[in-house]
Design a protein around this ligand. Structure first.
Ligand code: S0N
Length: 289
């Protein structure tokens, strides 16, 4: 393989600050792109709170993920937290009220659930790059990513039953798929923390590397993915999620099929016939077995 494709370079690229169409500054996140590499990096930037998210953080993350999705030069998205102490420690508990988390709006919300769905449906790989704590809602965020590259100082776990909360959505179902129902029950019932090595053994993460090599290794994975067919990767992602995501999963993979069909002569014949006010002629297209 390497003789044909060459070794994958591991140097860290130059990160250029990025904006979305709204052009408003980000306060809680950093959004960067490695121009010419097809890699975007989205970083929760609240290290003083172990990268806990508040509603504003989630709103900004949703904007950045949308932009990275729409930018057709981007093939892979890295999702991470600032510093090496934490990927994300979940919802900011100081802002938790009766209806969810409240910041500037003064009413509660759980908009991280929208972010989870967005990452799951985004037709490009999202890689969680985890140093330090990935706990509570932060642990769910790494689980909804397509891949997780962990530093050797990473710590994983749910805290909900200790702090009076739980994520019975993707936080339970995707975990059960990843580690199996017995382990998932253990993680939620006991609310223990697990080391990177334990997480690797449980199938929670793809690989573990020394913390000082974390970005280098993640970039290497991104470059290796970006060498491959974006359409094949898109279909693999939607296929792997399809059954678990029910109607929404079917809709995603069906949309991919429509996207491909539009590119065929058969699909184009129907559109042309309509525009040319004639009967479509599908007779030349084979009825394949
Ligand atoms: C991460 C931990 C283990 C790190 O410990 P360490 O290194 O000893 O640091 P600390 O001194 O504890 O923390 C440093 C400073 O950061 C603040 N901080 C840390 N985490 C949070 C947080 N989540 N919210 C607010 N502040 C946080 C500390 O307070 C400290 O600040 P100072 O220096 O000012 O004292 C440790 O910090 C820890 O255990 N953190 C809490 C982890 C946790 O329980 N998270 C919340 C879990 N719940 C969710 O995430 C809910 C998610 C959600 O939105 C949801 C989604 C779906 C359905 C339901 C929900 C739901 O809301 O329940």
């Amino acid at each position: 393989y390497h003789r044909v494709h060459g070794q994958v370079p591991t140097h860290i690229p130059e990160w250029t600050p990025a904006m979305d169409d709204a052009g408003a500054a980000f306060t809680d996140i950093l959004y960067e792109k490695a121009v010419g590499e097809g890699i975007a990096k989205i970083t929760i930037n609240r290290p003083e709170r172990r990268n806990a998210f508040r509603p504003q953080t989630v709103k900004e993350l949703i904007r950045a993920f949308n932009d990275a999705r729409d930018d057709n030069s981007v093939g892979v998205i890295i999702f991470t937290g600032k510093g090496t102490m934490a990927f994300c420690s979940g919802g900011d508990q100081s802002l938790r009220g009766k209806e969810g988390y409240a910041d500037f709006d003064n009413f509660g919300r759980l908009n991280v659930l929208d972010l989870q769905v967005q990452i799951r449906r985004l037709p490009k790989p999202v890689i969680a790059m985890v140093a330090g704590y990935a706990v509570g809602g932060g642990h769910v965020l790494h689980m909804v990513c397509d891949l997780t590259i962990a530093a050797d100082n990473a710590v994983f776990g749910q805290t909900g039953p200790k702090v009076g909360s739980f994520d019975a959505g993707f936080g339970a179902s995707i975990m059960s798929r990843l580690v199996g129902p017995k382990r998932a029950r253990e993680m939620w019932f006991m609310a223990r923390f697990y080391s990177a090595a334990e997480a690797e053994k449980m199938g929670l993460v793809n690989t573990v590397v020394p913390v000082e090599k974390l970005e280098e290794e993640t970039i290497k994975w991104c470059r290796e993915i970006n060498r491959n067919s974006p359409m094949a990767i898109r279909l693999c992602k939607s296929a792997i999620n399809a059954a678990d995501d029910g109607h929404a999963g079917l809709q995603q993979i069906a949309g991919d099929a429509t996207l491909l069909f539009y590119g065929t002569e058969e699909g184009t014949e129907g559109k042309n016939a309509y525009l040319q006010r004639r009967k479509p002629d599908f007779s030349r297209f084979p009825r394949l077995p």
